[in-house]
Design a binder for this molecule. Structure first.
Ligand code: F0G
Length: 466
């Protein structure tokens, strides 16, 4: 282990355990074949360590579980809604809150309300659900992230930054009127869990003010972004994550947020903003697609758990230990010279499939093959984030080119121990040693939308690992 690396102890102990099955290779080979070599289609019973996602897979605290028992399931005006509203106002600082069943519910509302056909929406890279809602509303997604975001081996500390020159060029070309908002994601998921800096965000605010363009934040992993600002940006060294979170939000006009990540719950999300008109429209539309504006598709108990999670997520000891666990896994892989995305991300370690499996061309989906092979060898479930996830251009139907070809090993919050991280590392390293034996995949079924969830594959040769 890197001598400089220090383990940060987690500020909790385990009160309840959930048994998991230790599986064998023959069973896993059968299971992945049945699942069409897509880890999304595996039964979770067949998985030993589940690193598919950190979304909704978090362990709630005793305080959150206690809140579940205080669910007020009134159809209208549940007290839990007011607790949630208070938590969002206090921690994020936005004026208005509309709950939704999860993040994409809020993305749907915001896109429908703000985007007109032919509008341009600049983003720092993309997240699958956010982009598809922008496109379904008639918008054109544009990437204005810095080039380093797509360079897995570049140690740039803020790969989530916006390329302000690129953005200004875009505004000048299309005119500010064509841009309903600037869309910025905290700790960009698809780039490897990479943050933007406060300096860049402040400069973005200035530029957007010049052209009167609002900034809408994807606050799904905002706390992890704030933690990296505290660790990497000098003026913030002694500021609490809580204060940094609030400052980030103060430079933006609203957010769509999935509560299933930072906020330590299994379900929930919200749209929040400072503009009364947007709020009024969101309140009226949420009734059509999610539920009344005081529950947005959630049970009262879910809102209570999220409200409590929002206070817990900004605890400095919690977030330091959370990110440290991912760094622990990442350092073990770096030490064994396994190609991963650097800097190590806030919610996941990303294997660089292009370098892991250089013998598999991208049209044979190396990251998809790597995720399936890792499952076979170790029982660990990861997720493809490359050519399959990037999908097709909505206009031409041609497969989009993906510079990144990654497998995400996403660590749920407060769920696994570092001993289990050792097991994950051992599995990846074992696979790396036999990487030449892994073959490519051909796609045999492709759904229309967000194809990575349900597409099916077959190995090029008889067996995936020959
Ligand atoms: N934004 C980001 C950055 C996300 O990572 C997600 C979900 C969403 C929005 C949508 O939120 O799932 O609550 O509807 N990401 C999950 C993942 C699915 O595995 O990364 P949701």
């Amino acid at each position: 282990m890197n001598k400089k690396f220090k383990v940060i102890p987690p500020p909790f102990k385990i009160k309840v355990v959930e048994p998991i099955k230790i599986t064998n290779r023959a069973t896993r080979e059968k299971a992945i074949k049945k699942a069409g070599y897509n880890t999304f289609l595996l039964h979770s019973n067949d998985v030993y360590i589940d690193l598919l996602t950190d979304s909704g897979t978090n362990a709630m605290s005793d305080n959150q579980w206690a809140g579940i028992m205080l669910g007020d399931e009134a159809y209208a005006g549940s007290k839990n809604f007011y607790n949630l509203e208070k938590a969002v106002k206090e921690i994020y600082g936005y004026k208005y809150v509309v709950p939704t069943h999860q993040g994409r519910g809020a993305e749907h509302l915001m896109s429908r309300i703000l985007i007109k056909k032919g509008d341009i929406i600049p983003n720092n890279m993309y997240f699958t659900t956010r982009r598809i809602h922008q496109e379904l509303a008639g918008g054109i997604w544009m990437d204005v992230s810095i080039a380093q975001a797509e360079q897995p081996e570049n140690w740039h500390p803020f790969k989530g930054n916006i390329d302000l020159k690129k953005l200004e060029k875009l505004i000048k070309k299309h005119g500010a009127k064509k841009i309903p908002y600037m869309s910025i994601e905290a700790n960009i998921n698809m780039a490897g869990g990479q943050p933007f800096s406060m300096k860049n965000l402040k400069a973005l605010r200035k530029l957007c003010d010049k052209y009167k363009i609002p900034i809408m934040l994807d606050g799904t992993r905002l706390v992890e972004n704030a933690y990296f600002i505290q660790q990497r940006e000098k003026p913030y060294k002694n500021k609490s994550v809580k204060k940094i979170v609030k400052e980030i939000c103060s430079y933006t006009d609203g957010t769509t947020t999935s509560g299933k990540k930072d906020a330590l719950v299994n379900i929930g999300g919200f749209l929040a903003c400072n503009d009364k008109k947007l709020f009024t429209e969101a309140k009226s539309l949420v009734v059509v697609f999610e539920g009344l504006h005081t529950y947005g598709g959630l049970a009262g108990r879910d809102m209570e758990a999220m409200a409590r999670g929002i206070y817990e997520m900004v605890d400095d000891d919690h977030i330091a230990a959370r990110v440290n666990q991912i760094e622990y896994l990442g350092h073990k892989l770096l030490e064994a010279k396994v190609p991963i995305v650097v800097p190590i991300g806030g919610h996941a370690v990303y294997l660089n499939a292009k370098r892991f499996l250089p013998h598999i061309p991208q049209n044979l989906y190396p990251a998809q093959a790597l995720a399936a092979a890792l499952y076979i060898v170790s029982g660990v479930r990861g997720m493809e984030r490359g050519a399959v996830s990037v999908g097709r251009d909505p206009k031409t139907g041609i497969e989009r080119k993906s510079k990144l070809e990654l497998v995400r090993l996403t660590v749920p919050r407060r769920v696994y121990t570092n001993l289990q991280m050792n097991i994950v590392a051992q599995g990846v390293i074992k696979l790396y040693k036999m990487r030449k034996k892994i073959s490519g995949l051909k796609m045999v079924f492709e759904p229309k939308q967000l194809r990575f969830f349900q597409s099916r594959f077959k190995p090029l040769k008889n067996k995936l690992i020959g």
